[in-house]
Ligand binder design. Structure first.
Ligand code: ADP
Ligand code: MG
Length: 264
């Protein structure tokens, strides 16, 4: 679904120079005079219909990586292809089209429009696709029902709990009908019980639709529960990529071993 080849992202004054040196083996510290390396030489494929989890400590580059997959923030070097569309170097207009047709995003803090109703929020993806108002209302209503929000269509997001707001976020993403879902710490702000409910709901919908999901988390248990495969990031690099079982039973290094010590 997504193919990432030597993608590198550097923030700062001379990112291209930094990327070149990183590729040649320089460390993050060594390229500091040129810029801050957030993602370094990441190469992987996300398979159609899998939940691909990116796990790692805060600052390891997860958010930067998922933003690159979404065509945000200008990849410094390398290539990223989404269902055959090379998005690195694409024009803003082309990128908007690929995003609209292929990818929906779910955010940690929901990113709902506070002055729009729950229904209007859920219908947003369809709105930007130009679906007529009645049809999108009907389709969004169906999705609100699927995520357990019957009866809330006319409320404003502020009247809902955090968990319910994220259900709206899910309805909006699924209603858009894209093949890829990008989720950055989408459940991290929720209480543990609600969080588990949301994980179960996500898996149920994902399996039903055969959707491809890239899911970021710093939570090991969440990664183990959701992931078909897990990429572990450290200091901007993917240090291991494997099934939850691979990661648990055969950690690639001490860092991963530390990480998996406290799985429930
Ligand atoms: P994570 O999501 O894993 O916490 P991020 O992708 O947010 O990590 O950040 C990875 C690294 O990139 C961090 O060291 C961070 O300081 C740096 N970084 C992120 N965004 C910027 C930016 N806009 N400018 C400079 N450095 C940034
Ligand atoms: Mg982050």
């Amino acid at each position: 679904a997504i193919s990432v080849d030597h993608a590198t992202k550097v923030f700062g004054r001379r990112p291209k120079e930094a990327a070149k040196r990183l590729r040649a083996g320089a460390s993050r510290e060594e390229v500091k005079p040129f810029g801050t390396a957030a993602v370094i030489d990441a190469s992987f494929d996300v398979r159609v219909g899998e939940i691909f989890v990116v796990m790692g400590l805060s600052g390891s580059g997860k958010s930067t990586l998922i933003r690159l997959l979404n065509g945000l923030g200008d990849t410094t070097d390398g290539s990223i292809s989404v269902f055959g569309h090379e998005i690195v170097g694409m024009s803003a207009a082309e990128l908007r089209k690929v995003r609209r047709e292929q990818m929906a995003m779910v955010f940690q803090h929901f990113a709902l429009f506070p002055h729009r109703t729950v229904l209007e929020n859920a219908a947003y993806g369809l709105e930007i696709q130009g679906v007529p108002v009645e049809e999108r209302g009907e389709r969004a209503r169906g999705w609100l029902s699927r995520v357990g929000l019957d009866g809330w269509a006319d409320s404003l997001p502020g009247e809902l709990s955090g968990g319910m707001q994220q259900r709206v976020g899910l309805a909006r993403a699924f209603a858009a009908g894209t093949r890829i879902l990008l989720m950055d710490e989408a459940f991290s702000a929720l209480d543990p019980l609600i969080r588990r409910e949301m994980q179960e709901l996500l898996v149920e919908l994902q399996q039903e639709l055969g959707m491809t999901i890239v899911f970021i988390t710093h939570d090991l248990n969440e990664a183990m529960f959701l992931g078909d495969r897990i990429a572990v990031m450290r200091d901007g690099r993917i240090v291991q990529l494997g099934t939850p079982n691979d990661i648990l039973t055969d950690p690639a290094n001490d860092y991963v071993a530390q990480f998996v010590q406290d799985v429930d």
